[in-house]
Design a binder for this molecule. Sequence first.
Ligand code: ASP
Length: 327
Amino acid sequence: MNPVKPVPVIAIHGGAGTIARAHAGHGQAAAYHAAMQEILLAAQQLLGAGGSALDAVSLAVDLLEDCTLFNAGRGAVFTHEGTHELDAAIMDGATLRAGAVACVSRIRRPLRAARAVMERSEHVLLVGAGAEAFAQACGLEQVAPDYFSTDARRAQLQRALLADVTLLDHDAPALSFGTRSAAPLDEDRKLGTVGAVALDAAGNLAAATSTGGMTNKRVGRVGDSPLIGAGTYADNRTAAISCTGTGEMFIRSVTAYDICARMAYAGQSLDAAAQALVMQVLPAIGGRGGLIALDARGNLSCPFNTEGMYRGHARVGQTPQTAIFAE
Ligand code: ASP
């Protein structure tokens, strides 16, 4: 019997969080939907033309990093010292090869640097100045650190400094002062991070994640996004996963890998495993956020334990779907 060929699919996320009360149901929801649609269409086209899952997640995250609506690349949040430290990772489900960078502030496209680590070094994770030197040697574009700065993020840091809290981009304690943007998820209470998972026509899975981390985070802090198995994982035998949320809890519960382990060892379905992590395991240790997960048959699961998560998916030959709040 010939195995049924999978329909290629791309899924993306742009962070999870809390509805911006002042703008619930209004805000710039249309701008977020439009940005996600455009990114999905580009990746869908690539997959439809026979492109690989790895190239599809790379393209989607490139575009998400460049879009200032999301906390990754340009528009990244500030550390406590008013600097930027970006993290990114990519994984190939066919070979279990992976690459990541952490605490970089001069690489324009951190996900491309992560892919270079995977393809052009014998390592998996490079950090700080060493990662930047490697990226430069690979010919990747360097920028002055203030390239990533936006006025909105600077104002967000000022509010966090005044309140003396560490803000996850989409989900920190409410601050009742300062200017609010018209984003549908409260920018001071939103978990940042962007990510993508894809399945290609050859049946290969890939995952990629990129983030600015948390507003007011300690310099040198690394979240779950660049840690293989925590915020990012892909294995053709089980699933491809990209997470967004309170990174420390995602690291402690090894979220992405645990979903694959539950599928492999306990025979759980993708959705059962993903729901268990997001609705039980993470909340039990105070973890908030969500994830996108895709298995090799094209099943998709996008659970989140916050009020909303920017997300969308596109199967080749079908209209892209995007959503922000719970259905
Ligand atoms: N998980 C990311 C981190 O902890 C933050 C986020 O998703 O907003 O760095």
